[in-house]
Design a protein around this ligand. Structure first.
Ligand SMILES: [Zn+2]
Length: 159
């Protein structure tokens, strides 16, 4: 039997998928990086366990770096925490300012993972209380407690 609220199911499983994806990207970024660069606008990407965004101050002189999108190996040290800073790397006669914000990806996974785990836990508890199968939601009211769920085969007593 399907859950009564399909949107709830989608949010729940979507949250699980996004959390898993974030954790995978987090690990991947220890060795690999990816990013997008927009001419005179800024750059965004993933490296060393973090997502970063950096944008140029409009007062900056012409920024000559070409537009780029790609994936590459890197050897930068892994970073665990948030960071926000202003960088000025102009040479003589020019000035380039940019603001950069780094967000650790594990913190994003926590942000999506905690409500996801909570939703799974709550559904399980509600089913248990309502006398429903915690695996598939089938109504087990009136059935003998030593019998497995007729819908999916889950046994109340082994859990
Ligand atoms: Zn069941």
């Amino acid at each position: 039997m399907m859950s009564r609220c399909p949107i709830r199911r989608i949010v729940k499983w979507g949250g699980a998928a996004i959390s898993a994806l974030l954790l995978a990207v987090w690990l991947w970024s220890a060795w690999w990086c990816t990013g997008v660069e927009l001419h005179r606008v800024g750059e965004a990407g993933v490296i060393s366990g973090r997502v970063y965004i950096q944008w140029f101050d409009p007062r900056s002189d012409t920024w000559s770096k070409p537009e780029w999108w790609g994936t590459a190996r890197h050897s930068a040290p892994f970073r665990w925490w948030y960071e926000g800073r202003c960088i000025n790397f102009g040479s003589v006669g020019s000035a380039i300012w940019l603001t950069r914000v780094d967000i650790p990806i594990w913190s994003l996974a926590v942000l999506t993972g905690v409500p996801t785990v909570w939703m799974f836990w709550r559904d399980r508890r509600n089913r248990h209380r309502a006398g429903m199968c915690i695996k598939c939601g089938y109504n087990l009211m009136g059935l003998r407690t030593d019998r497995a769920c007729p819908e999916c085969g889950w046994n109340r007593n082994t859990d």
